[in-house]
Design a protein around this ligand. Structure first.
Ligand code: GLA
Length: 385
């Protein structure tokens, strides 16, 4: 088990004195590309995590070993991120962002590893940021609340990885709660835990196993498209500060001003924000049929209006349409690869996998992976008995 590997590896390199932390990846039921538009999202933390063993070392050096990459690195706070291995940019960024907030810390030794499939859109990077932010706060006794920890992770991603992401992934990783989704209002950052009452159904992830290289540049482009849209819409409707302030039906009249591309982006985002609210109600009321329909609509918007899907994701969704016991399916996360999330009746899961796999394999010549996840808790210290 990865947790044991992390512990053993720490002992081997740095001795047996350490504390252990974990931070989870996430799924997102609905609400894609709405977080950086001040909208709603509906993610949940999963039981797949980054595990981090860590101990202050009384020096200025940060010595970190990645079990998954079998690679060690050492840096100090005065270094730059450029020469670091990609995975080390995440802890480096977190340390820099803490420093920017006035939290100075000495060095530490750390070993980490995880069981979140990377590139699958389950936010292994946010989990890594959250694990370091949470652990550093605890081992150095910094007076920092959980929301600030999530924001530190997000800023690390902006400034040291170059993806201008929203707050959803880091928030879910820090605030996750067993058995619950989080209905998060990304404008006020108020949130509500929503018990996932889906009874005879479960969420099943299907992984395309592709990650198109476009992902981060196109992600940032979508964000600029939305900002452009807000600028133009606010010149017509002065109360508009973000796409959250616009109803979907109020976008169409401005199509001419927005131009085709920006219009489609704004229409998708405003519709998706409305879908999240409906989906949360549907879960609350046990209306899984409606939840499933909203998931299909979300995918259609991501494909045809937001243009962040790809052939492999579309095929995974398409394949589900005539399968008994599947209520909904959509791509999940930033897009251009990764997983779909599917709402499937428990007794149909194995048929679902078989049929989707056959359909996909016929098209692309290889089989998708299916990932089983349970809804787990947020970042925490792992206390060993
Ligand atoms: C990535 C980002 C999130 C969010 C999703 C799309 O996971 O990190 O902030 O924007 O894409 O919903």
């Amino acid at each position: 088990m990865i947790l044991d590997k992390v512990r053993e590896s720490f002992v081997e390199r740095f001795g047996k004195d350490f504390r252990l932390f974990s931070a989870p990846g996430r799924i997102n039921i609905i609400g894609e590309h709405t977080d950086y538009n001040n909208g709603f999202v509906l993610p949940a933390a999963i039981d797949k995590c980054i595990y981090l063993a860590i101990q202050p070392n009384g020096s200025e050096a940060y010595n970190i070993f990645s079990v998954d990459f079998q690679q060690a690195t050492t840096f100090s706070v005065a270094d730059t991120a450029e020469d670091l291995p990609h995975w080390a940019k995440f802890p480096f960024g977190v340390i820099q962002e803490l420093k920017n907030l006035g939290h100075y810390m000495g060095g530490f030794n750390a070993v980490f590893g995880g069981d979140i499939p990377s590139g699958a859109g389950l936010s292994s990077s946010a989990a890594l940021e959250s694990a370091f932010a949470y652990a550093i706060r605890n081992i150095f006794n910094f007076d920092i609340d959980n929301l600030t920890l999530a924001k530190i992770g997000q800023k690390a991603e902006h400034n040291y990885v170059g993806v201008m992401c929203g707050i959803m992934d880091q928030f879910a990783s820090i605030f996750g709660k067993q058995g619950h989704a989080i209905l998060l209002d990304c404008r006020s950052l108020e949130y509500k835990y929503l018990p996932i009452k889906i009874d005879d159904y479960e969420f099943v992830l299907a992984d395309t196993k592709v990650k198109h290289s476009l992902a981060s540049s196109e992600y940032n482009r979508r964000k600029w498209n939305c900002e452009e849209g807000v600028m133009m819409l606010s010149s017509q409707m002065p109360q508009v500060r973000s796409l959250r302030d616009v109803r979907s039906k109020d976008v169409y009249p401005y199509k001419g001003i927005l131009g085709e591309e920006v219009f489609l982006r704004c229409e998708y985002v405003t519709e998706e924000i409305e879908r999240v609210v409906q989906a949360a109600d549907a879960i609350d009321n046990g209306n899984l049929q409606l939840l499933g329909e909203l998931m299909y609509q979300s995918h259609e918007g991501l494909r045809a209006k937001y243009h962040v899907s790809c052939d492999e994701l579309d095929a995974l969704v398409e394949a589900t349409k005539n399968i008994e016991g599947v209520l909904g399916s959509r791509m999940m996360g930033g897009g251009f690869g990764g997983c779909t999330i599917n709402l499937v009746r428990k007794d149909e899961v194995s048929t679902f996998k078989e049929l989707v796999s056959t359909y996909f394999t016929n098209k692309f010549g290889y089989a998708p992976d299916f990932i089983e996840v349970n809804i787990g808790g947020g970042a925490r210290e792992v206390v060993l008995s």
